[in-house]
Design a protein around this ligand. Structure first.
Ligand code: APR
Length: 320
């Protein structure tokens, strides 16, 4: 008992919904630190935290899980995951969703920053590229401390489809999906491999195109099946991989949504690119050698993202 243990990491998860709860569970099950679950709805984060805490003796974890509606409890967080937001209502256009969630993400970021000096913020709320840009503008944090979760999930979907197509082990497949988190995302078959073998050597062009298309529509396929809700297991596991890379200083190369300052020919936008992720957050952005077709697809996606970024700028101006 006299032994001085290092303080545990503190991970705040804002939004105690499907994705937020999955992240909290994975962090606790893997003993990565204490978790603070925050939500606007009273009782929900408290109830979910208590339930998760009671799994501790069964799953053998020591993490303390707190549920709260008060940002004071998030003080001095190492990592803050923002999943707060509302889903798109039937008939609601993307721009209306952007404004609804922009209000939420702005208020969440402001409250987080009142209690933590220099956290690493991982944004999950949609529309992702716009919401992570908003979090950076509002927090004033440096670009290595603000990132979005999209590429790890989109790549996991591509990896899954490749593995199912080839009937090979999931863990042997690596994939790279860049660009915005929308229909114009850019899966890169040349950088997608099975134990180092490019899939362009293992699958026909027709097969690859089919898997790329399914990846682009990966989120919508699940929404279509669930009817009432969207994916959360793979999104939660993707956020967990990012948290693990940071807290264990793994320096993993993962596709993440990062703020560009000239990389890939773009500045002032958030965009899915390969980054090195470790204790410093985004340590570097890796620029791949792209073919003219790949660059064209990436530019198209960046143009789509830029439209949303402009909408966020207009929103921030209105808000003052
Ligand atoms: N502050 C805190 N929490 C909020 C706020 C707010 N201002 N507004 C809404 N929330 C909470 C909701 O109460 C809900 O518990 O955010 C949570 C969102 O959870 P779900 O609706 O279950 O959504 P989820 O499936 O977890 O997705 C979260 O990630 O993938 C994206 O598009 C998805 O933007 C969505 C986000």
């Amino acid at each position: 008992m006299g032994l001085m243990l290092p303080m545990r990491n503190k991970i705040t998860v804002v939004g105690a919904g499907q994705v937020g709860t999955t992240v909290a569970q994975l962090v606790a099950y893997n003993n990565l630190g204490n978790v603070v679950l925050v939500d606007i709805v009273e009782g929900v984060p408290q109830g979910k935290a208590l339930d998760l805490q009671q799994a501790g003796c069964l799953q053998a974890f020591d993490s303390i899980i707190i549920g709260t509606n008060d940002y004071k409890d998030t003080a001095n967080s190492d990592i803050v995951v923002i999943t707060a937001g509302l889903p798109r209502k039937p008939g609601q256009d993307r721009s209306a969703l952007l404004r609804t969630n922009a209000k939420i993400v702005k208020s969440v970021t402001e409250q987080v920053m009142q209690h933590s000096k220099n956290p690493i913020i991982i944004v999950v709320s949609n529309p992702l590229d716009a919401m992570v840009y908003l979090a950076k503008q509002v927090s004033g944090l440096s670009r290595n401390h603000v990132l979005g979760m999209a590429g790890v999930l989109d790549s996991a979907r591509f990896r899954t489809f490749v593995s199912l197509e080839l009937s090979c082990s999931l863990v042997d497949v690596d994939a790279m999906v860049l660009g915005g988190h929308g229909d114009s995302m850019v899966p890169l078959p040349r950088y997608t491999t099975v134990s180092g073998i490019a899939i362009t050597d293992l699958l026909t062009q027709e097969q690859i195109e089919r898997l790329v298309e399914r990846t682009r529509k990966g989120g919508a396929e699940i929404v279509g099946l669930l009817k009432n809700g969207s994916a959360f297991s793979a999104p939660g596991a993707s956020v967990f991989k990012m948290i693990e890379a940071i807290l264990l200083d793994k320096r993993r190369i993962l596709p993440c949504t990062a703020y560009l300052e000239g990389e890939y020919g773009w500045s002032g936008i958030f965009f899915g690119v390969p980054v090195e992720l470790g204790a410093l957050g985004i340590d570097k952005i890796i620029e791949l050698n792209l073919s003219p077709d790949e660059k064209k697809a990436l530019d198209k996606s960046a143009t789509d993202v830029k439209v949303m970024i402009d909408e966020v700028d207009a929103f921030l101006k209105e808000e003052g």
